[in-house]
Write a protein that binds this ligand. Structure first.
Ligand code: LER
Ligand code: MN
Length: 269
């Protein structure tokens, strides 16, 4: 099993990122705890020095399996489903701007809340049309560089758009791009899926990335999810990617990161 943990390159409001602050020091700690990779949360690639970032990560022997983009929604309100065409265009341009960095690291680009929330007065159907349009355009650009997108089904308290693996698979069919798949997150799955294991099996080779947090969004082992069964099922699909920790820094960031890796290693056969 290859394990990574989410690290933000800049300060952000999103709560379920255990590690924030001094980037170099955090990367060193992550490597020291035994993680194989670091998932980077990047609001805007323009704010990042690619060479420096690559140097820091590789000097600690880590891989970047995925790049999270949700801060562009959280901090700037960019979304694929806004009723303002300028915002939709900006969201697409921002996502396309992640492609060179993702190609450099061979990382998947995560599409979480950049999909947005249906604005007041707009129909769900209209949002889904905008979403499909944006995903088709972005997937075509990324395909040229061999980069893949992973859209994350999110729970109902965060958005009205794409809650379950089944919603995600319908969307994949509409988008019709080989480089477009899903990111499954155990925290959201625990709220929305009838059976986490069955949904993992059904998603199969369209699982492009995997987030772990326990039922309370603390580190795995701090809640009541059955990670032995979840990880067994995940690997039975042939999944070869990373299992990436995205959880609250509770009781504190370092403890959560250390507890997570110890527990996940005990839970996988
Ligand atoms: C991001 O990966 C995530 O899981 C969401 O809860 C972000 O809103
Ligand atoms: Mn997630």
């Amino acid at each position: 099993m290859k394990l990574s943990i989410v690290l933000s390159t800049h300060a952000a409001q999103f709560q379920a990122v255990a590690l924030k602050g001094d980037f170099d020091a955090n990367v060193a700690k992550i490597a020291g705890w035994g993680y194989d990779g670091v998932e980077l949360a990047i609001r805007d690639p323009q704010l990042v020095d690619n060479d420096e970032l690559g140097h820091i990560v590789s000097s600690h022997g880590l891989i970047v399996p995925a790049i999270g983009t949700g801060q562009a929604w959280g901090e700037e309100g960019l979304s694929f489903t806004s009723d303002d065409p300028e915002v939709r265009t900006k969201a697409m341009e921002r996502i396309k701007s992640h492609v060179p960095l993702a190609a450099h690291f061979d990382a998947v680009i995560i599409l979480g809340l950049i999909r947005g929330i249906t604005p007041k007065g707009q129909t769900h159907e209209q949002s889904m049309d905008y979403l499909v349009e944006a995903l088709q355009e972005c997937s075509a650009v990324a395909a040229k560089e061999g980069v893949r997108f992973a859209l994350e089904p999110l729970n109902r308290y965060e958005t009205d758009l794409i809650h379950t693996v089944f919603d995600g698979l319908d969307l994949i069919e509409r988008v019709g791009a080989e480089n477009f798949g899903l990111l499954l997150d155990t925290f959201h799955m625990n709220i929305e899926e009838s059976s986490i294991e069955e949904s993992i099996r059904v998603c199969g080779d369209r699982i492009f990335h995997f987030h772990v947090a326990d039922s309370n969004r603390w580190y795995p082992g701090a809640g009541h999810l059955d990670f032995s069964s979840i990880l067994d099922t995940l690997f039975s699909t042939g999944y070869q990617g990373f299992v990436s920790g995205e959880f609250m820094p509770m009781p504190d960031a370092d403890t959560s990161a250390r507890e997570a890796i110890a527990f996940l290693e005990r839970s996988s056969n």
